[in-house]
Design a protein. Structure first.
Length: 64
């Protein structure tokens, strides 16, 4: 399997992709979303929303 490669700086390997929690916090003081990015140059691969566990089971909350 090929290692992922950053399109901006060329860093190769899964260890160069990290996630950072958002500075925006919920009432429980947890991050609303996480940003997956290159640890070397900051190229953003994607934004992942927070999961909330409610009475009826897991729910995915997508905030605009």
């Amino acid at each position: 399997m090929a290692d992922p490669k950053c399109p901006d700086c060329g860093a190769s390997g899964i260890e160069n992709i990290v996630s950072t929690p958002s500075t925006e916090k919920s009432r429980q003081n947890t991050a609303w979303f996480f940003v997956a990015h290159c640890k070397d140059c900051g190229h953003v691969y994607g934004v992942f929303t927070k999961h909330i566990f409610g009475r009826s089971g897991p729910q995915l909350i997508v905030d605009r």
